[in-house]
Design a protein around this ligand. Structure first.
Ligand code: HSE
Length: 409
């Protein structure tokens, strides 16, 4: 029997015990032994749970227990998860975490501490819920060079955008449903304002490059300003609005950003709906690969935790190269304002002709969107540098601007 512990018995932490119970036979066959959840750290009591008698309130009961080989951290947040994780790694325990905020903010310290202590610090469940993209990017694509990542990395916002597209509703009413379904963060601002996707694209980029960039170097734009009119325009244009977390990676620089984008139907990302996530990875040899699956929710995320647990306990991970992340050197992250995009723009317009002429003059070329409603003007600009685009938009030359959304490249 191999003993493990869980830190945090919430939605995902509780799911881990269920997955281990449900897949007992398969896990034993794979790992070669039974996996037993010996201790669970939580502030609360769980008198009605069959695991209630394993709940402890003092982290030292796990740190100091030499029989516990591996610890799953599903507490969320940086504190006290960071201190607890450091203590576990120093005590020589492997760790698996679903905590994207912790990996994004403290990944340098934690991966290096794990290496120093000869244990694994795995984080597959921290990005893409049940999708096994991290191991695949680290191992299957190890001989290639990842040059671009575009991800639908947040299940809550994708669920909201899908409902807006199907039902024409606004975003506030659908957010409540996403919370009820257990997709949203405790503070859903992390979902809708893009912070959750920001952390996830930082992690994926670190997996691809070995450089963990700082949060403040990742451009992040909220999706709360999107309206049914934007969703409708994207449909008429031939695509869908998606909140993307993206990175473009060159040899000595990278650009990372999170924002709503018009995604054309020529991209499979346009068809990723509901709570599903997808990570589209580009590399010169392999070309395009897309990972797809349930991006949030109790069982898919708990399943990803157990996959990492199984790969460590089976010995499979022993041969895997440990993460050796470094801080990105100064100047590695290209300022967002230097990127080039085409833009969807909607302005109020008494005279469409005049508005289109003004836009064409400013952007040096535009394409009108078919089926535009009365009194507004909608078009896609030619590709232009972000800095210049924002100057034009702020100059007043286009009239009253209602909406600006970038087009995915
Ligand atoms: N709130 C997150 C989401 C949970 O909606 O994607 C999974 O990381």
């Amino acid at each position: 029997m191999i003993n493990i512990a869980i830190l945090g018995f919430g939605v995902v932490g509780g799911g881990i015990t269920e997955v281990i119970e449900q897949n007992k036979k398969a896990l034993k066959a794979y790992v070669g032994d039974d996996i037993y959840v010996k201790k669970i750290l939580d502030l609360r009591e769980f008198p009605d749970s069959p695991y209630g008698d394993r709940v402890v309130h003092d982290v030292n009961e796990i740190v100091g227990d030499p029989d516990i080989a591996l610890v799953c951290e599903t507490m969320g947040g940086v504190n006290p998860a960071f201190d607890f994780s450091c203590a576990m790694l120093k005590a020589g325990k492997h760790m698996v975490t679903a905590n994207k905020e912790l990996v994004a903010k403290k990944g340098l310290e934690l991966t290096s501490l794990a290496k120093e202590n000869g244990v694994h610090y795995f984080f597959e469940p921290s990005v893409g819920g049940g999708i096994p993209e991290i191991r695949s990017m680290r191992t299957s694509l190890a001989g290639d060079t990842i040059t671009a990542i575009d991800g639908i990395l947040n299940g809550t916002t994708n669920y909201i955008l899908t409902r807006m597209k199907r039902e024409g509703v606004d975003f506030t009413s659908t957010l409540k449903d996403a919370q009820r379904l257990g997709y949203a963060e405790a503070n859903p601002s992390a979902d809708v304002d893009g912070l959750d996707a920001q952390r996830k694209i930082m992690i994926l980029t670190a997996v691809a490059t070995g450089y963990l960039v700082k949060e403040e170097d990742v451009y992040c734009e909220t999706m709360t300003k999107l309206t049914p009119a934007d969703i409708d325009a994207a449909k008429r244009w031939g695509g869908a609005v998606k909140l993307l977390g993206s990175s473009r990676i060159d040899e000595d620089e990278a650009s990372l950003y999170v924002a709503p984008f018009f995604v054309p139907e020529s991209s499979p990302l346009a068809f990723v709906e509901d709570v599903y996530n997808a990570i589209h990875v580009t590399s010169p040899v392999t070309g395009d690969v897309m990972y797809y699956g349930r991006g949030a929710g109790r069982m898919p995320t708990a399943g990803a935790v157990v996959e990492d647990v199984a790969s460590i306990l089976s010995g499979l991970a022993a041969k895997e190269k440990k993460c050796e992340w470094q801080a990105a050197p100064a100047g590695y992250v290209k300022p967002f304002s230097e990127n080039t995009f085409a833009y969807y723009i909607r302005t109020k317009a008494d005279s469409k002709l005049e508005a289109l002429e003004a836009a064409a003059l400013s952007f040096g070329g535009i394409t009108e969107i078919p089926g535009t409603p009365e009194n507004v003007c909608e078009y896609i600009t030619a590709e232009i540098e972000e800095k210049t685009a924002q100057e034009i938009i702020g100059s007043g030359a286009l009239g009253e601007v209602e909406s600006v959304i970038r087009i995915m490249k």
